[in-house]
Design a protein around this ligand. Structure first.
Ligand code: SAM
Length: 469
């Protein structure tokens, strides 16, 4: 039976409840009155239940769909302003004991070069990322308790945090590693990680079991209950996501929101972020194998409906998506994007020869970080390298209450502008710098309090003189 408070995967991601939800949404796809009521509730910016959000996702009334997109855009502006937080993935190891049918890291793939970075190689990769201007990383590994144990991950995090750079250190390391034990989550927390990210891949249990035929990841319950263990281990920022294309998107959408409802119901705080990856071509994987791929229109609708359903949850878009697609969905609710990404182990230091690729999947957006920053500003977005909240301990429910009270506008905008200034001074091309300086001059006027504006001006002068945080 559906019970968001239960800690059992099959209760909080309950198949019958999802099927009923999809049926309800289908029956009401042109129910103008109900859709209108749900939109009115959504306008209060307190979120929607999975059932309500599913109705919006299925809505087939053109004018109401337009309202959905407009509202998503407005909610994104209200909660996140025009800032986009920048990050980069860092692949540490592609050893993997799982048999995931969609992932080139799968154990039986013999033509992928297996690599695990040494601590020196990690330093070289991180230096390359710092030289681009990155301050926030997401580390990625395959699952292999022997070749890539938790001790290796912890040591790598320490290596990264200990590194100095002429223009400042990496301030936040998010972690995307396989589901693990409470004890290991506690160790990750102690190592000072930011968000623990784990994609569910699919919430559909039957499909999940087929898609993960072998290895520890086969255990659906263990995987689905990972965020509960992470929370028990003290990690209060968790990032959810599904790999769109594996199963029917309506099912995944409902599952994702039920997962968020569960975390909110049990721990008082929903996911910090939701990622929306779509399956990509990869070595030894035929994406045509998966016939649930979603087109760009559906993708945009999903992003908009997630934004409306969970207004306080950040949304992450990776370089799996092309520039064109990113342009289309950014304003509908995305708050974080990666830029200048490489998805191979060691890829920031060395370009790989095609035949020895260890890439996890094809990257669609291959632009440099500077090009991405420049493009964001052309669209009036402020690229932000800010990690201030995490340094000051404003994570989890404390962060959420700051966000909910609207205060975030008074501290995020200033921090975004100051970190952008650092980026412009230290890394930007001439053109990017000129655009950025003009943007800072304009945006500073939008800081509500004069006192804060003054502090920001002083800090900007300090940065200009070469002082760094
Ligand atoms: N090994 C970790 C685990 O088991 O969750 C996660 C790390 S993996 C490097 C990160 C994510 O890449 C996976 O969770 C999966 O969703 C995604 N991924 C795998 N194959 C992919 C493909 N062919 N296209 C796009 N994304 C893919």
């Amino acid at each position: 039976m559906y019970d968001p408070k239960s800690k059992h995967a099959e209760d909080f991601i309950n198949h019958e409840e999802i099927m009923e939800t999809l049926d309800y949404a289908r029956k009401n796809k042109t129910n103008r009155e109900l859709i209108g009521e749900i939109l009115e509730k959504a306008k209060k910016r307190k979120g929607l239940s999975h059932r309500e959000a599913a109705v919006l996702l299925d809505c087939e009334l053109d004018d109401k769909n337009q309202e959905i997109f407009t509202l998503a855009e407005q909610i994104k502006k209200d909660f996140y302003g025009n800032r986009i937080v920048m990050f980069a993935p860092l692949y540490l190891s592609n050893y993997c004991v799982n048999g995931c049918l969609y992932c080139p890291y799968h154990l039986k793939n013999k033509h992928i070069a297996r690599k695990k970075l040494t601590q020196d190689e990690i330093r070289a990769e991180v230096t390359a990322l710092q030289d681009m201007g990155h301050k926030r990383l997401a580390i990625e590994t395959g699952e292999d308790p022997v070749n890539c144990p938790i001790e290796y991950v912890l040591e790598s995090i320490k290596t990264i945090y200990d590194m100095k750079h002429k223009n400042g250190a990496i301030r936040r390391v998010n972690v995307n590693i396989a589901a693990t034990t409470v004890e290991n989550y506690r160790k990750l927390k102690e190592a000072g990680i930011g968000t623990y990210i784990l994609f569910q891949e699919t919430y559909h249990k039957e499909s999940y079991l087929k898609l993960h035929p072998t290895g520890p990841k086969h255990n659906y319950d263990y995987h689905t209950e990972a965020m509960d263990r992470a929370m028990e281990g003290g990690i209060d920022d968790v990032g959810c996501g599904v790999l769109f294309g594996l199963e029917l998107y309506r099912y995944e959408f409902a599952g994702l929101l039920m997962h968020a409802e569960h975390l909110e119901a049990v721990y008082g705080v929903g996911p910090h972020t939701i990622s929306v990856p779509r399956i990509k071509k990869a070595d030894d994987i035929d994406p045509d194998m998966f016939d649930n791929g979603i087109d760009d229109d559906t993708f945009a609708k999903i992003v908009a409906c997630i934004r409306i359903a969970v207004p306080y949850t950040g949304m992450i878009l990776s370089t799996r998506e092309s520039k064109k697609c990113r342009e289309r969905v950014l304003h509908l609710g995305i708050s974080q994007i990666s830029g200048g990404s490489r998805t191979s182990v060691g890829g920031y230091v060395e370009e790989e020869a095609e035949d020895e690729s260890s890439e996890q999947f094809d990257v669609s957006d291959k632009r440099t970080l500077d090009e991405v920053v420049n493009w964001l500003m052309d669209m009036e977005y402020i690229p932000s390298f800010c990690t201030a909240c995490y340094r000051e301990g404003r994570t989890g429910d404390r962060f959420m209450s700051l966000c909910k009270s609207g205060q975030i506008q008074n501290c995020c905008l200033p921090n975004a502008l100051m970190t952008l200034k650092e980026y412009l001074m230290d890394y930007a091309s001439q053109d990017t710098r000129e655009k950025g300086e003009a943007m800072i001059a304009r945006e500073i006027q939008n800081i509500p309090k004069e006192k804060v504006r003054q502090i920001v001006r002083e800090h900007l002068e300090e940065i200009e003189k070469g002082n760094r945080d």
